[in-house]
Ligand binder design. Structure first.
Ligand SMILES: *Cc1c(COP(=O)(O)O)cnc(C)c1O
Length: 357
């Protein structure tokens, strides 16, 4: 792909962060971004790498009214040898296209997405933190840009990629999070858009999350929309339980996001010595299991935090403590295995690590 480049002179670049381990999530952005526009003639046009900056959009643009928007979330890491690494980026490119199809938006060839990411990362190499725990977060986004208030798919789109250096989610090792089970709100319904990484899913989750944080919990544990009985996800992460010594996670059924961390945890489980199962899990099984001691660990899994241990679950006014509010051994093992592979420290037997070149 031919990419037009408008690069900033080296003496005009932004100052770099001081301590990458102290970077907050998604507040600072690099010098450049990637853009590519889709025109009403039905083609993706000129790819560009240009200075990071505001977009100019018509106030009637589709994205502001009818939310044709999808995004991805992935990371680049610096290996001990100084290579830029990505973790299973082909999976992200495939999921980006799955989200595009669901939101009635034009697809982008996976190879184009990958090349765009690699070329932007090479330009922004100085922003990839050299400390384990820190990384360069990659946010590919596609929005409908047509200026029209009629409810229909946009005829024009913008695909852009921005990069943000981020520190570790956990500052002092693991901090178990507390969950509030919502049995009134739901994140996604059958036939809806829960499987797509689309902005509206997150807008719809904010009120429940605010109510949870006002009660003193950090995240919402989402149940199914039909019966408010089956566990689905935690915040914007997939969820895992250790029940009777077995790793269990809700089966994907249309409302649960196909997490790449989730998939990787399942694929690593046997090697790390734990049997795994994808099935329906009721909230009663979880709370009764905590009471009886069958449920020994609960953790979330997603790109931002990698593994997020859960120390407390509130359901119908009753708080239950999981594993003494401590990070359990399985959360620790999966965290060490995944981050070891991501940073190029452990052998990559499955070909999950992609070297940018
Ligand atoms: C992105 C996301 C996840 C995690 O997916 P990863 O590919 O592991 O980062 C889980 N649930 C929701 C709702 C998400 O948006």
């Amino acid at each position: 792909m031919k990419i037009a480049r408008e690069l900033i002179a080296s003496d005009k670049l932004k100052p770099l962060f001081d301590d990458p381990l102290k970077l907050p999530f998604g507040r600072q952005f690099t010098d450049h971004m990637f853009t590519m526009e889709y025109s009403p003639d039905g083609h993706w046009g000129q790819a560009r790498i240009k200075p990071y900056g505001p977009l100019v959009l018509d106030p009637s643009a589709n994205v502001f009214h009818y939310s044709q928007e999808i995004f991805e979330g992935q990371k680049a890491y610096l290996s001990p040898k100084g290579d830029i690494l990505m973790f299973r980026p082909e999976e992200n490119a495939r999921r980006l296209n799955r989200s595009l199809r669901r939101m009635c938006m034009p697809e982008i060839p996976e190879a184009v997405v990958l090349e765009a990411e690699c070329e932007l990362l090479k330009v922004e190499k100085r922003w990839v933190p050299a400390k384990k725990g820190a990384s360069l977060y990659i946010r590919p986004t596609v929005i409908g840009t047509e200026a029209a208030l009629g409810i229909k798919p946009s005829s024009s789109y913008l695909f852009y990629i921005i990069l943000s250096p981020v520190g570790p989610y956990f500052k002092e090792g693991f901090n178990p999070v507390s969950l509030w089970v919502s049995d009134t709100y739901s994140r996604a319904g059958s036939g809806g858009t829960g499987e797509a990484k689309t902005g509206g899913n997150y807008a719809g989750s904010l009120l429940a999350t605010r109510e949870a944080t006002q009660k003193g919990y950090s995240q919402v544990l989402w149940l199914d929309a039909g019966e408010h009985r089956y566990v689905e996800e935690v915040g914007a992460m997939n969820i895992f339980f250790v029940i009777d010594g077995k790793l269990v996670t809700p089966a994907l059924g249309g409302t649960i996001l196909h997490g790449i961390t989730r998939k990787s945890v399942l694929e690593l489980a046997a090697e790390l010595g734990i049997a795994s199962e994808e099935r329906r899990i009721t909230i009663e099984e979880v709370v009764d299991g905590i009471d009886s001691g069958k449920v020994t660990e609960v953790f979330g899994a997603g790109t931002a935090a990698v593994i997020s241990p859960v120390g407390k679950i509130a359901f119908r006014g009753v708080d239950r403590v999981v594993n003494g509010n401590q990070t359990g051994p399985w959360a620790q093992k999966f965290f060490a295995a995944l981050t070891g592979i991501q940073y190029g420290e452990l052998a990559d037997r499955r070909g999950w690590v992609y070297t940018v070149q």
